[in-house]
Design a protein around this ligand. Sequence first.
Ligand code: GAR
Length: 197
Amino acid sequence: MKKLAILVSGRGSNMSAIIDACEQDRISASVEIVLSNNADAKALSIAKEKRINTVYISSQTHTNPEQLDAVMRNTLLKHNVDLIILAGFMKKIGPKVLSEFEGKILNIHPSLLPKYGGKGFYGMNIHRAVVDAGDKESGATIHLVCGDYDDGKILAQETVTLNEEDTPESLAKKILKIEHGLYVKTIQEIIEERIIL
Ligand code: GAR
């Protein structure tokens, strides 16, 4: 049975989908720890209600970035995690965590990377850029995490089609809907070694 850490900053709908899938054996793993850099994240209270270990670590709890990175690495090591799942985690992963868990950190991003990724492409900015460009499709991407935002080997993608009436808000909803299933499926495929990291 693999052990997962989920890193969150916000509402945590992807986190909830992954927790549910673990509970229902659609993912052969257990969620050992939910880590947030935002004390007020809805995801943290959802995880606490589910009696999952939670931890809040941020630049406010640890003002020195190196120390913050080390505390994160030690927390993840303590829980013996096999995979680290970023689910709406909006901070860069530090070099200590990256080198300790190289090739074991996944992220989901709401665009068809490499399009609309990197600096400035977060939240509604992504979907606004897609709609403004007149793109006919967008989607979600799961990729390995390396040092840069939204970079790293692409592991899975799913496409949604835009229609004339789509707004950034409607597109965001459409994509979020497919993210949950895509993340659950991809994590299980990694565990079953049908996707090799
Ligand atoms: C998701 O749409 C995810 O793709 C995005 O944050 C949202 C989190 O929603 N992540 C990024 O933009 C990463 N660059 P959730 O908290 O409901 O899972």
